[in-house]
Design a protein around this ligand. Structure first.
Ligand SMILES: Nc1nc2c(c(=O)[nH]1)N[C@H]1C(S)=C(S)[C@@H](COP(=O)(O)OP(=O)(O)OC[C@H]3O[C@@H](n4cnc5c(=O)[nH]c(N)nc54)[C@H](O)[C@@H]3O)O[C@H]1N2
Ligand SMILES: Nc1nc2c(c(=O)[nH]1)N[C@H]1C(S)=C(S)[C@@H](COP(=O)(O)OP(=O)(O)OC[C@H]3O[C@@H](n4cnc5c(=O)[nH]c(N)nc54)[C@H](O)[C@@H]3O)O[C@H]1N2
Ligand SMILES: [Mo]
Length: 766
């Protein structure tokens, strides 16, 4: 470090790092010294701090500023913006909240968030919810986009979320598992990330150890790259959304060759006898045998049978990624994975059984001891109404409408005001053209954002907020072994303020200042939150240093777990004494509760039901390619798409779309060409990457390119940049879960002839 320079530690969802600051500017970025496998994405935020797309002042949509009541809401996204002072902006937001609250009650306010940034105090979702709760409440959401179907079906079947949140830990797999069969692979790209951040990337280390220990891997996935090369995995490129059929083919083979564990099924499960007649075809005349599965999955029957025999002959872990449940009938693959593992009889044994999401984030299965992390209390919500999170467009379009959800009937509230803080609905939500229509319904839309994202451009009031480098915070996640000090490194860009400062200003105007702030400023909160966590840690047997010592040192490191977890070992040891929290106390291969709901799209045991769109469906005649809109390798969702790392990965300035040489050749598309991807819901441009690491018939267009229509304000206009959510469908996975089914979408691709329109996603609006 040279003279006049200082260094600051910080944390992001993609890892810890240090920035070097000179003259108020970030001049260098270095990974955290204890991270063996840092992510290149750490360059993204420093590169985007002063990007043109940064929002510098509070901004109000011109039409809205001129006439709040009569403004033309179809102009959201097309109207220019007017800069106003903070006082004017906060007065305006407070008046709108007050107006809607008085006229329609808090049930007319919808508050939503997203991943925002690491840092436990400036966690945007906590800040927003704390503020809206202090104000009397808001319409909240349940489940999530990541593993929403799992969050309903897994507790119903196993009595807990442990198989998803805290499955068997990696050291146990390294030592005991001989064969790991993964539906959806273990993509290295995803292991860059952990929600709330991570000090050291550990997943590749565990995988190297597993390979060195001789663990064999089989990956069922449309992408070869879903497994790191060094694992030398067997790749079974099944058709997308056919995992249940493949699992049924495996299960049928187990029964046909008497390889299933009847004793385990009797002692630890209920309902196998109701599932068996379906499996054998006794109920419908269709045996779900390997030939049947081969016709659906396009994996040949002998390969399926051979895999079933291998699984039964050794210590086998059945794993599925979250992606497979982000589809139509997304409950079924997870339910069927549990049933398959139960038939193998190894649940509760070290390295056997099943687990979900090992490839979703770095820290799933990591051997950490859970330390209570500093967190901001969110308060209590006095509003009862809620929605399953992915139903937001549906809610806005159908006020008063009813839907089924997990055995209940939900009535959609009539939303007048949307408050979004820390998320990007125009990346997150499926079927953007439908969302655009829904977005015209509310009277007022308020957003906090550091950058001119597509969501910010479609708000009425945009409040510019700081990034992690512009404020003080504590970084910590209960999946990680580190607490990181996150001292402010640079001054806020433009007039931006932290979400906390913004909500403090509003709470003063709305009479809930004391309730919201409890009289603390930023540093006061950090000390308080740290002290509460310190007391909790002490009760759990970990003595933490004082806040000042922690802040001075820059980070705390906790030891790895000494007793790595085996999922459901206590249940296996004593099913009577440690029953599962299901109605039967056992694994429910048949659920009387779910059967009792009488949903046509989610019966009482796992079943193969055709997804609404897949390669075997009639719709594939017009739209013959299956679209995978997976997590992007070069960023987190839509975050920092304007930054250097994401931009460097674009092809012709657009999001890369992967396609197989066979599909490219048939359409005269070459590597690097600009193509138009389309279906009945929408169309976008993208840059072609021709590669045989994707299965024929499948294309990959990762999520997160900032939506950039040729005609802003016009529904259905061509997106120039490559956002897959103009193509995905907005449908709940089933009546049971109502979650995101983004990965069931068919499309067609053609070469884009002529001069493609310039990308304007990163240009600020006028
Ligand atoms: N087609 C398709 N769609 C999907 C998925 C898919 O697989 N396919 N996956 C889904 C999944 S799993 C997820 S989790 C969602 C993710 O959806 P989101 O969580 O909504 O996506 P992000 O891009 O992370 O949005 C975070 C936003 O917060 C902003 N931000 C960062 N820090 C701060 C802050 O301190 N304060 C404020 N106010 N804002 C901040 C960022 O600039 C960014 O715009 O997407 C879902 N959408
Ligand atoms: N770099 C990076 N990492 C991330 C994120 C990010 O945005 N960027 N997002 C994070 C978040 S919020 C989440 S929820 C997780 C998501 O974790 P996942 O949902 O597991 O991740 P995806 O990348 O969507 O999907 C993983 C792989 O599943 C395969 N796949 C798709 N459809 C099917 C199918 O029908 N069957 C089978 N067998 N395989 C299929 C695809 O080839 C895909 O690459 O990732 C996290 N990690
Ligand atoms: Mo997610």
């Amino acid at each position: 470090m040279s003279k006049g320079e200082s260094q600051f530690s910080t944390l992001s969802h993609w890892g810890a790092y240090t920035v070097t600051v000179r003259g108020g500017q970030v001049v260098g970025v270095a990974p955290f010294v204890k991270d063996p496998d840092p992510s290149p994405i750490i360059e993204a935020l420093p590169s985007a701090l002063h990007d043109k797309s940064r929002i510098l002042h509070p901004m109000v949509r011109k039409g809205f500023l001129e006439d709040r009541q009569a403004s033309d809401r179809t102009k959201r996204g097309a109207d220019p913006f007017v800069a106003v002072s903070w006082d004017e902006a906060l007065d305006l937001v407070a008046e709108e909240l007050d107006r809607v609250q008085s006229a329609h009650g808090n049930e007319a306010i919808y508050g939503s968030s997203g991943w925002s940034s690491a840092g436990q105090f400036h966690q945007a979702e906590s800040q927003l919810k704390r503020f809206l709760n202090a104000l009397g409440g808001f319409v909240d959401q349940v489940t999530n986009f990541s593993f929403g179907a799992a969050s309903v079906i897994v507790p119903r079947v196993t009595g807990s979320m442990e198989p998803v949140l805290t499955p068997t830990m990696w050291p146990v797999i390294v030592e005991n598992t001989r064969l790991m069969v993964l539906f959806g692979g273990l993509p290295q790209k995803n292991s860059q990330v952990t929600k709330a951040g991570l000090g050291a990337h550990s997943m590749m280390g565990w995988l190297r150890k597993a390979r060195a220990a001789g663990v064999e891997f089989v990956s069922i996935s449309p992408r070869r790259d879903d497994m790191p090369d060094f694992l030398e995995a067997e790749w079974l490129p099944a058709r997308p959304n056919t995992d249940v059929a493949l699992m049924l083919g495996l299960a049928h083979t187990l029964v046909a060759e008497d390889l299933h564990d009847s004793q385990f099924l009797d002692r630890y499960c209920v309902g196998f006898e109701r599932f068996l007649p379906y499996l054998t075809g006794q109920v419908d005349g269709v045996p779900k045998d390997a030939e049947w599965a081969a016709a659906i999955t396009e994996i040949d029957a002998e390969t399926i049978r051979e895999l079933a025999r291998r699984m039964a002959a050794t210590r086998c872990m059945v794993a599925a990624s979250w992606s497979v449940q982000r589809s139509d009938h997304g409950e079924q693959p997870f339910w069927m994975a549990v049933a398959l593992a139960a038939m193998l009889g190894q649940i509760g044994l070290p390295g056997g059984g099943f687990g979900f999401g090992y490839g979703a984030m770095n820290s799933i299965g990591d051997a950490v001891s859970r330390i209570p992390v500093p967190s901001l209390p969110r308060g209590r919500n006095s509003v009862q109404a809620f929605i399953p999170v992915a139903r937001v467009a549906d809610m806005l379009l159908n006020p008063g409408g009813q839907i089924d959800f997990n055995g209940e009937k939900i009535t959609y509230p009539d939303i007048r005001l949307i408050y979004w803080c820390g998320g990007n609905p125009f990346h997150k939500q499926q079927d953007i053209n439908r969302l655009l229509l829904a977005w015209q319904k509310p009277e007022t839309i308020i957003i906090h954002e550091p950058w001119w994202t597509p969501a910010a451009r479609r708000a009425d009031i945009v409040l510019p907020c700081t990034t992690t480098l512009e404020r003080n915070d504590i970084g910590a996640s209960d999946r990680d072994r580190f607490f990181m000090a996150m001292p402010k490194a640079v001054e806020p860009v433009g007039e931006s303020r932290s979400d906390y400062d913004i909500f403090s200003g509003l709470s003063k105007r709305l009479g809930c200042h004391e309730h919201y702030t409890e009289g603390r400023d930023e540093m006061g909160w950090l000390r308080h939150m740290y002290d509460v966590a310190r007391q909790g840690a002490s009760r759990a047997g970990h003595e933490l240093p004082s806040f000042d010592d922690f802040w001075e040192k820059g980070h705390l490191e906790f030891p790895a777990s000494k007793d790595p977890k085996v999922l459901f070992d206590a249940f296996r040891g004593d099913p009577g004494g440690s029953p599962l929290k299901t109605p039967s106390g056992k694994i429910e291969i048949y659920s009387q509760t779910i059967a009792g709901f009488e949903y046509d799209d989610c019966p009482g045991h796992p079943m193969w039901m055709e997804p609404i769109e897949w390669l075997g469906s009639q719709k594939a005649v017009a739209f013959p390619l299956h679209l995978i809109s997976n997590a992007p390798a070069h960023r987190l969702h839509s975050q920092l798409d304007c930054g250097a790392v994401s931009r460097a990965a674009k092809v012709g300035g657009r999001e890369p779309v992967w396609m197989h040489p066979r599909d490219a050749g048939a359409r005269a598309i070459g590597d690097g060409d600009i193509v138009r991807v389309f279906n009945g819901r929408g169309a976008c441009l993208a840059g072609a990457v021709v590669t045989d690491s994707i299965r024929p018939g499948v294309i990959q267009l990762a999520t997160g390119a900032w939506y950039d229509p040729t005609e802003p304000g016009t529904i259905g206009s061509l997106d120039k940049h490559g956002n897959p959510n103009v193509l995905t469908l907005d449908k709940g996975a089933s009546k049971l879960t109502q979650t995101c089914a983004a990965l069931s979408a068919l499309v067609e691709i053609e070469l884009y002839e002529g001069e493609p329109p310039a990308v304007s996603a990163f240009e600020p609006p006028s």
